[in-house]
Each structure stands twice: as structure tokens, then as C-alpha cells.
Design a protein. Structure first.
Length: 529
């Protein structure tokens, strides 16, 4: 038991500060959230302080799936929080808010903050994670419902395997189905050629509208031969389309009802998701009327108009939420000074359309926007450049076994060279506040770390605590008169990332100007954007 306590205490020293940022950033990106660079402060809490009860710890452990063994239950509050953090980290995106709240608690040197997190904070954060999961599930349900409406309207049997397809593959299935008319097939082809925004529009409205055109053509041809049959089919088509908006496949018995009773049946069978909707309100308003013309108006045009008002309200709600989230991402990234490329990408998205904002928020796009390059501020290297440009960047070479060094690179260099000199900035792999890990763009899951002899290189993340500490760099004000940024290595206090005569390594601090110059970096737009 004593050994376990000591191990946690030793490991805890790696985490002297926590990450403070907008939970929204990590929730959307899946990339560890950025943090404000700060200088470590002495601990003000005794290492073995315990202010929580057994039931509080058991409840907190249950949130992250931590086994409350006797050894764990006897840890200090701070070490217990670290044990919770490890489980939250391993859970990935599912417990993002819990992990971030845990890191804030670890950053504090106030005992009450530790107690508060274990007793209540972890549960509050978990509610945020649950809400985000519910929102994702609701979005998935809405997507499946929209696809259901398409199938019902066009006359294609609703099948789970169709609803589970990606948007583009769903459209392809609809386009190739024998029940799809010429207008539906043409609209599907246009949507597929245009991209994701048009895929969504086809599923939300385009397929039904195209099917209406197919029906209109068919009825026009039929009307010349049999006006009565044409009218009957027109009414059936209107009812089927209206039922589709409710997500209901009408039975033969329903279709045989009078207009008012058909609408009543739609109201009776309406799913709970339509409560408070314009569609349901319009149906209720129509059925309360004693005028058959109002029933017809609802079935032929009113339901569609109400549905589109609902869709537009939902679209605007999502768009507004997305813009607020991008603002949070932008603000959190700007505080750190480490993500200028991400900040500019966020600004550009906000200046564009709602689709541009949604595109920015895709995890892959934010991950890509987190790219930066590191330019040396050493005037000795500047003097080697006749053009007078700062062109020496940190890069790696796969051909040299992942060795890292500084070399002149510019936007005219080969793409592979530019990628070697571009890095994805992530929150520290060991969770240390104000610190970061630099993932190679050329080799995914390879990070800038330090090998024997203090030489810098890239190596794959093996998941060990030793590696995660060795691949962590703490951002500080530039050692050269406070300009730029210098990176202190988490692996050894007082050692800094330094370039000397083209080599890249970590070195203990000295007072000479060469050391200050060689250990100062400018965070530059990514050479490989």
C-alpha cells in the first residue's frame, strides 16, 4: 500500500499545473485543448492531505470507472484526482469535460478546490459530457428521421441498413432505386456533384420536392385519360407526403379516411419530437376548422410550409450555436499564443457563411488548423541567409531515422520538406498546464522528443508516462529579451530546446547571448497548411 501511494505521489510531480481552457474546444476537436503558458508555483497543500470521505471518493471513482481499491482510497486528495485524471484521459472524447475539470483541480494548490472537485465538480463535469453525448445522439436521430421522410415520400421501403448509410451513399441508393422517378434521380445526381451541403439539402427538402415534380408530371399525363383517377392519386400523394413529414408510413386504412380524420390520425400518431413544432401546431389548427378547404390547404401546402419553418428554426439554432462555439475556440486558442493559424482559420470561418462555420468545426479541420512551424530567431542563422529572411525552421528527417534539426525551408520547398518542418500543436501528453506536445505532420502519432545525449528527434507515442513527459515542452517567454517563445523541456527542469550549428537538442540554461538566441523561436504559419 505504501508503495502504491509513493508511486502516485511521484507521478503526480509530473502534473504541477492543469489545463485551463474552453471545454468546447476539446469537445469538438478531439485534440487536447490549448492552455495559457504560466510559470510553476510552489505547492501550498500538504502532499498527503485528505479532506474527502469514502462515499465521496467511491462516487467520483464510479464516474470514470476507477476501481476504488484500498490503496486508491488511501491516496491523498491530489493523488486521488490524478488517478481519476488517468482514467478520464484514457476514456478519450467521452469524458472530455471531466478531464478538463480534473486538470483545473490539479492546477490548484488550495485544498478546498481538491475536495470540491471530488465531492461535486467531477459530477458537474460529467453532466456536461452526458449532455454533449445526448446532443450527438439527437443529431443522429434527426438525420435518420430526415432519411425516413425521404424513403416514405418516394415510396421506398424504410430499412435500417438504408438509414445507417452516410449521406452520400444514402443518396446513391435513392437514386438507383426503381421507385425513384426521373426528377428524383436528377436531383440526387446534382446533389452528389455539389458536396455535403447539398447532400443535406437533398435529404431535408430536395428529394420530396423532386418527387412532387415526378408526381405532377405523372398526373398531368394521366389527367388527359382519366381525370377522376388523376385526382385520386393527387390526394393520395398529398397525404403520403404529409405523413412523411411526421415520419409516418400511412396504412391503407389511414389513406381511406376523410381529410379531417386523416389529420387527426397524424396528430394522434405524431412522435414526441414534434411537440411544440410548427408542423404539429398547423395540423391542430387545421383539424379544429370546420371548413374542408382548410383541411385541403394543410395537406397540399400548409404542412410543407410548417415543416420548412421548423427546419429553418432548427438550422438557425444550430448555426448560432456553432458560431458561439467557434468564438470560444478562437478565444481559447488566442490566449495561448501557440495557435495563430487556428485563430486565423476561426476568424475566416466566422466571416463566412454558416456552412463555412460548420466546416471549420469538423474535427479533421480543427486538427489541421492546429498546425504551425517553428522558426529560429537566432541572428547567427539570419546572417547565413543572403536574402535577409528568417528561414531556418525546426524539421525532422525520416531518412535520418527521425532526427530533428534546423534547416532553411520556405514555401517554395518541396511538399515533403515543408511537411517535415510542420507540426501539429497538441496539449501536453502528460497533461501539464502551459505545456504542449508537437506531433509530426509527416508521421502521425510521432512526437518531438529527446533521445539519449539530449538530441531531439521524433518517436512514436508508446503510451508510457516516461515518453509522455519526454515529449512535453513548456512554453515560456522568449529568453531573448522576452521576444518570441522558448520551450523548457518537461523531462529535465531548466533544460531548453536549442539549435546550435544546425543541430537541435536540449541544453541547460546559460547567461551568454548565443544560448538566448539559439533557444528562442517564432511560431510561424505552417509551411504545409
Amino acid at each position: 500500500m505504501h508503495k502504491t501511494h509513493t508511486t502516485f505521489a511521484r507521478t503526480r510531480k509530473v502534473i504541477t499545473c492543469g489545463i485551463v481552457t474552453a471545454a468546447a474546444l476539446a469537445a469538438v476537436t478531439g485534440v487536447a485543448a490549448p492552455a495559457v503558458a504560466v510559470t510553476e508555483t510552489p505547492n501550498a497543500v500538504a502532499a498527503d492531505a485528505v479532506g474527502t470521505t469514502g462515499p465521496q471518493r467511491v462516487a467520483a471513482a464510479a464516474v470514470v470507472g476507477l476501481d476504488p481499491t484500498p490503496d486508491v482510497m488511501l491516496l491523498s486528495d491530489r493523488d486521488f484526482i490524478f488517478a481519476l485524471w488517468e482514467k478520464a484521459r484514457d476514456a478519450g472524447e467521452r469524458l472530455t469535460a471531466v478531464r478538463l475539470a480534473d486538470e483545473e483541480a490539479m492546477a490548484s494548490t488550495v485544498a478546498e478546490d481538491h475536495v470540491r472537485f471530488i465531492a461535486t465538480g467531477i459530477h458537474q463535469a460529467y453532466e456536461v459530457d452526458k449532455q454533449r453525448e445526448q446532443e450527438r445522439a439527437a443529431a443522429e436521430r434527426a438525420n435518420r428521421q430526415a432519411k425516413t421522410q425521404v424513403l416514405i415520400a418516394v415510396g421506398i421501403p424504410v430499412a435500417p441498413e438504408l438509414l445507417g448509410l452516410s449521406d452520400d451513399n444514402f443518396i446513391r441508393k435513392v437514386m438507383k432505386h426503381p421507385d425513384a422517378g426521373a426528377e428524383v434521380r436528377a436531383a440526387a445526381a446534382r446533389a452528389l456533384a455539389d458536396g455535403p451541403a447539398q447532400w443535406r439539402e437533398f435529404i431535408t427538402n430536395g428529394a420530396r420536392e423532386a418527387h412532387d415534380r415526378d408526381v405532377a408530371k405523372e398526373l398531368k399525363e394521366l389527367e388527359e385519360k382519366d381525370r377522376e383517377e388523376a385526382q385520386r392519386r393527387k390526394e393520395l400523394a398529398a397525404r403520403t407526403k404529409t405523413a412523411a413529414l411526421f415520419g409516418i408510413t400511412p396504412t391503407e386504412a389511414m389513406l381511406a379516411l376523410g381529410d379531417d380524420n386523416f389529420i387527426r390520425e397524424l396528430i394522434r400518431s405524431a412522435p414526441a419530437r414534434l411537440k411544440g413544432s410548427e408542423l404539429l401546431a398547423a395540423a391542430q389548427h387545421a383539424v379544429l376548422s370546420s371548413d374542408p378547404a382548410d383541411w385541403k390547404q394543410f395537406l397540399y401546402t400548409g404542412a410543407e410550409q410548417a415543416y420548412k419553418r421548423d427546419a429553418e428554426a432548427e438550422r438557425k439554432k444550430i448555426a448560432d450555436a456553432n458560431r458561439r462555439l467557434v468564438l470560444k475556440v478562437q478565444a481559447a486558442a488566442a490566449k495561448t499564443g501557440m495557435y495563430p493559424n487556428l485563430v486565423e482559420a476561426a476568424k475566416k470561418a466566422l466571416a463566412g457563411s454558416d456552412e463555412d462555420v460548420a466546416e471549420f468545426l469538423k474535427p479533421d479541420n480543427i486538427y489541421r488548423a492546429a498546425r504551425q512551424s517553428f522558426m529560429s530567431y537566432d541572428p547567427n542563422l539570419l546572417n547565413k541567409d543572403p536574402g535577409g529572411r528568417y528561414t531556418w525552421y525546426i524539421r525532422q528527417s525520416t531518412a535520418d531515422g527521425g532526427a530533428a534539426f534546423v534547416a532553411p525551408v520556405d514555401y517554395g520547398s518541396k511538399q515533403s520538406v515543408k511537411e517535415d518542418a510542420t507540426w501539429v500543436i497538441k496539449g501536453a501528453l502528460n497533461g501539464q498546464r502551459g505545456c504542449y506536445s508537437f506531433e509530426s505532420v509527416s508521421k502521425s502519432h510521432y512526437y518531438l522528443t529527446v533521445s539519449d545525449g539530449h538530441r531531439a528527434r521524433i518517436s512514436p507515442d508508446d503510451g508510457s508516462a516516461i515518453f509522455r513527459k519526454a515529449a512535453t515542452w513548456c512554453a515560456r517567454k522568449g529568453l531573448r529579451d522576452g521576444f518570441g517563445t522558448s520551450f523548457e523541456w518537461a523531462g529535465q527542469r531548466g533544460y531548453w530546446l536549442r539549435a546550435h550549428q544546425g543541430s537541435l537538442y536540449v541544453s541547460g540554461a546559460t547567461k551568454d547571448e548565443d544560448f538566448k538566441n539559439e533557444s528562442t523561436w517564432v511560431i510561424f504559419p505552417p509551411l504545409a497548411a
